[in-house]
Design a protein around this ligand. Structure first.
Ligand code: SAM
Ligand code: ZN
Ligand code: ZN
Length: 403
């Protein structure tokens, strides 16, 4: 049988001429066959097996541990085997920071290269012969049944605390480094204006706009998020009025009350988004603008997955492209990311939103697809910046209510 090179050995050889390429022994027949060293290691903490780049070696306890069991992780911008950076993981036993195995090998400190450690290190290489590629990871099956507001509310109640933990005053990483700047620009001057925050979540945006001089009202379906937002309001009073209600029934608000409105990553989570749009239109003053941020239906709010030859790799740079599927099928999907319980959203092609805006009495005045901001370029690790430049994760409509 002809020898097949290890996918990672080839990469490492391309980055360093003297690198000795091994033959693949695992995942043969796949797009990324791998040698033992570049296979998967068993974590001494949880017992699971993990891609070698998602594994580190605790030099104090002489045990391998996985990225999930690491107390914390950080991305370092230092060229490693042609990659722009590498990860460091904090040992759950010693608390020391240890580089991922690819970096350790790059530095010439791999446990498999140490005579005294070799036997023990070899015994922790996972016995799996290949990776399971079916069912496909990412995205989720589409159920044909109807979902209710109650299910959406439950889903957000479960995720609210963990969601909130990723926020500071400027939102989470996506809002802070990508979409907020453009959204705020489109919203324009807010001083002294009455503004409705549709799906206000933990209230970070209502607070931000209130600090900028707006008179804020938030409407939020999840009672957990509502509780988080109102608790913050009572400890730091800004005069924000929150309602624990659905945007599909704003009957507690009078017609033509608001100068402007904003809805930040909410419409793709609302079951009856057309009804919500007509309610927002009703409570807005004619001529007022409504800025709508949604997860981009082509790239972020639908069925899709990364194409990675080594499907178990956590490395952003091992993602070669994004595969979008079933773009024209409307329906629910479960987003699996960020350590949350699967997040329930609804996919609709962009055209559906566009037409629903018009049907509700808005004209589309502007449209944006935000990329990474200057601040993001300064503060984020290189691999994240590179990935942000591949495609837009959100799109933003500036709507104006017609007379
Ligand atoms: C992705 S979160 C965004 C929250 C917030 N706007 C932010 O940017 O942090 C989506 C929010 O929409 C809310 N939501 C979903 N359906 C809703 C409805 N019918 N009425 C009001 N809020 C709703 C959810 O409870 C959740 O808080
Ligand atoms: Zn290899
Ligand atoms: Zn583990």
């Amino acid at each position: 049988m002809p020898k097949i090179n290890c996918y990672y050995c080839d990469k490492f050889h391309a980055a360093r001429d003297s690198y000795n390429v091994n033959s693949a022994t695992r995942d043969l027949g796949s797009d990324a066959p791998r040698c033992d060293r570049h296979w998967r290691f068993v974590c001494a903490k949880c017992g699971g097996s993990f891609h070698f780049i998602g594994t580190a070696y605790c030099t104090e306890t002489r045990q391998f541990f996985c990225s999930n069991c690491a107390t914390e992780s950080v991305e370092i911008d230092e060229q490693t085997w042609g990659y722009v950076g590498y990860s460091r993981y904090q040992s759950p036993w010693s608390g020391n920071w240890e580089p991922a195995l690819d970096r350790l090998e790059f530095e010439g400190n791999h446990p498999l290269d140490d005579v005294a450690l070799k036997a023990a290190a070899e015994s922790t290489i996972s016995a799996e012969a290949m990776l399971t590629r079916y069912p496909p990871s990412g995205g989720a099956l589409r159920e044909s049944r109807e979902f209710s507001n109650d299910e959406v509310q439950q889903n957000w109640n479960v995720n609210a605390l963990r969601w909130d933990a990723n926020y500071d005053d400027d939102g989470d990483r996506n809002r802070r480094y990508q979409s907020d700047e453009t959204m705020l620009e489109l919203l324009g001057d807010v001083r002294g204006l009455k503004i409705l925050d549709v799906g206000s979540g933990n209230g970070y945006l209502s607070r931000k706009l209130s600090h900028a001089g707006a008179i804020m009202t938030g409407v939020e379906l999840s009672d957990e998020f509502f509780r988080i937002a109102t608790e913050r309001e009572s400890s730091d009073q800004l005069g924000i009025e929150y309602h624990n209600r659905s945007a599909t029934d704003l009957s507690f608000l009078k017609d033509a009350t608001f100068d402007k409105a904003v809805s930040n990553y909410v419409l793709m989570d609302i079951v009856d988004y057309e009804l919500a749009l007509s309610e927002v239109a009703r409570v807005m003053k004619p001529g007022g603008s409504f800025v709508v941020v949604i997860s981009h239906p082509a790239f972020a709010a639908g069925i899709g997955t990364w194409w990675k030859p080594a499907v178990d790799s956590l490395r952003r740079e091992d993602r070669e492209s994004w595969l979008t599927d079933s773009y024209f099928d409307r329906g629910p999907f479960l987003g699996a990311w960020g350590g949350f319980d699967p997040v329930l959203s609804f996919h609709r092609p962009l055209r559906d939103y566009w037409k629903a805006f018009r049907a509700a009495g808005f004209v589309v005045d502007d449209f944006e697809e935000p990329s990474i901001t200057e601040r993001g370029r300064r503060e984020l690790p290189a691999a994240r910046i590179a990935q942000s430049l591949w495609m837009p994760y959100s799109c933003i409509f500036k709507l104006v209510k017609t007379a």
